[in-house]
Write a protein that binds this ligand. Structure first.
Ligand SMILES: O=C(CO)[C@@H](O)[C@H](O)COP(=O)(O)O
Ligand SMILES: [Fe+2]
Length: 224
């Protein structure tokens, strides 16, 4: 019902392969990979070579979140490196429909992402074309930020639109400031994929951390 996607942004980059393997053993469903270019967001992280390097360390889907300008230039490289899901920001894509279909043609699942201040109406026309909607619950760029609770309304809006349009197969993912408490809020509003960076990799017992987030999310999702 609920998927947990630990974000490697908060992992130890000197031992990423081990971190990813441990996250799988500790119960992760997907591995979330944050790609930042220092242009779309004020931070720089990693590129396709790093995705390729971690690919052999896990069988889990690699959920690649592109926080970059002109993502079309790099989509193919990320898919070839082993990305299973590629998500692009609406704010970075002047030709969103073309970009989403390019990702799918290359054989990956396609996601659209919106920042906290971007309205849901801007992604409404693309909903039938995507596999996933990612709602940022922080301003993208860094791990360890505080959950922005005004996004909860938007999660509800997206879930309602998907149900109304018979698109319930589309995943609704949230990213930023997720812990057991905020996971419950987001899941009750309709999110079914929960990204958590510091709340997983920042903990000594990652298995317990993910189990607690999952339990809180599942209880709340069935209430929502
Ligand atoms: O995309 C991003 C940040 O821009 C995230 O995926 C963060 O990595 C989440 O970290 P936490 O807020 O869970 O610590
Ligand atoms: Fe992310």
């Amino acid at each position: 019902m609920i998927k947990i996607a630990p974000s490697i942004l908060s992992a130890d980059f000197a031992r990423l392969g081990d971190e990813v393997r441990e996250a799988e053993q500790a119960g992760a469903d997907w591995i979330h990979v944050d790609v930042m270019d220092g242009r779309f967001v004020p931070n720089i992280t990693l590129g396709p070579v790093v995705v390729e390097a971690i690919r052999p360390h896990t069988r889990l889907p690699l959920d690649v979140h592109l926080m970059i300008n002109e993502p079309d230039r790099y989509i193919e490289a990320f898919v070839k490196s082993g990305a299973d899901v590629v998500s692009v920001h609406q704010e970075a894509c002047p030709h969103l429909h073309r970009t989403i279909h390019r990702i799918k043609e290359l054989g990956a699942k396609a996601g659209v992402v919106i920042n906290p201040a971007t309205p849901v109406s801007l992604i409404e026309p693309i909903l039938p074309d995507v596999d996933l909607v990612l709602l940022m619950t922080v301003n993208p760029g860094f791990g360890g930020q505080k959950f922005i609770s005004s996004v909860l309304d938007k999660i509800g809006q997206v879930r309602r639109l998907l149900v109304e349009r018979d698109l319930s197969h589309v995943d609704v993912e949230v990213d930023g400031g997720i812990n057991a408490q905020t996971a419950a809020f987001a899941a009750q509003a309709g999110a079914n994929v929960l990204v958590a960076g510091s709340a997983v990799f920042g903990q000594v017992d990652r298995q317990a951390a993910m189990a607690t987030i999952r339990e809180a999310g599942e209880r709340a999702y069935s209430r929502g």
